[in-house]
Design a protein around this ligand. Sequence first.
Ligand code: ZN
Length: 547
Amino acid sequence: MPDQPASQGSNNPRNNPRQHKKPTRRHPGASVPASVPHSHGVSAPQPQSAAVLPEMRPQPAAQAPSPQQEPAAPREQTAAAAQSQDPRLHEAPSYRPHAYQQAQPQPQPHQAASPHGYAGYAAQVPPRVVPATKADGQVAPYADMGRYKKKGKKKASVVSIIAAVVILAAIGVGVYLYLNPLQFNVTVNGMTRTVDRGTTLNDMIAEGVVSPQPGNLLSVDGEVLEEGGGAAFAGTVNGNEVTDGATELHKGDVVQLDDGADATEEYDVTTEETAPGQVELGEGAIHVYVPGEAAQVEKRTGKVSGKTVEETVKEGSDNVYLKYNANTNGEKVIALTFDDGPWPTTQELLDVLKENNAVATFFTIGEQISDKTDYVETIKRMAAEGHQIGTHSYDHAATGGGNGVDMTRQSPEKQIEEVQMGQQAIADATGAEASKVFRSPGGNFHDEIIWNLQPYITGEIGWNVDTEDWRRPGADAIAERLLSAKSGDVVLMHDGGGDRSQTIEALKIALPQLKAEGYKFVTIDQLLAYDDAKALAQELAAQQEAE
Ligand SMILES: [Zn+2]
């Protein structure tokens, strides 16, 4: 402790190098307010108003006579260096005239004796002050030193606690500054830059660190409305897309700023749906309706340019009346169909089908089911034995201008009524919803009829093979035509409308032969299941468009 001797015998703190030194070392920290030393110095004599000071003064004094005093001083200095708040250090400035003069107005007994000037104060104060400020054992002539000493020990622990708090606070500040340094490095487009805290992406551009070209502002039809009016940049920070130039950078950020994209002016949008058109595609015995989809067209009117452009946001497709023949991929299946029943001999015909393990489809006349209760039993048997039952209209188009053969001469409302009443008759007989396949009387299924009936039927079924059994050409002739059927064919016969004995005989001849050739007999629904009508319609539509 080199300054120790210099302080010996000096009652004036101004002459004590240590006391001058302490404020100087403290300055960099600058955390100790000027008022602190001032108040300490003045309040020193007031035991009740200075919580810290009184015990601080006796501490060095009490240690003074001890040879162990020397180690104590360095500890005090170390503490002063680490923590400028150490109350003991505050005393040095208190002896400056300035501090003293400020203190003068305070009514204190000691100052009353020397109300003006530093000289007067210095003359009287030193004997009382020196022992308290110095770790110097030479000056401590107080009679009541014992009292101070006792208190000093007691309060020393308080100082330790304060010191600990200050250290923790310092550590906290240090950690904060480590995590939030005032300056740090970032990588911008591959270059390392040291930036101040608070630096933004815009700052990087403004300072010319990077110079991304802004995009342009475009009108709804793509013309340039304003050069550079688009995005200022296309950027990422640590791989995450960033569009806000005010985004602040953080320590270690990896920034990539590239040219901005063009932007389109704001616009008003109206969306219009275009109803599907109607188109007939294909050829064949099976006639189905494949619903299309409405197209959606977006109209965009630019708020800046006032221009309007249209864009199809959803392609539509036409409603299709699709005609095709079943493609069973070579599978030997035939769909037998019988019109105009039920009839008195229908049960006999059902027996033949049963003997040959064959199912078929019956296109019935609703009026006949409703009028004759014994036909209800026939209908029930058909359903029970796995046959499909569709309608052939309610009265075979006998009313409403159909002349008994042609529904196309009827009004749309009458056409719908024929179908709905025919299906209701089946449902009433079987207790279950009727099949939605339909065969139009006389095979007259054209013009507007498909569009009128499509909500009520899944398909209108024509034929590939007409046995002309209604002409009664003889069982062999009917059987011969029956035997001409190929895979996927629909065969037209009749179980009603007249004497059907030839038809029944023809079935007895042909069915065993067809079975022997490997054919199976299926219902219309089973036949329809072989094809994807929607895909077929799309395929044909694409073909038509290509032509
Ligand atoms: Zn008919």
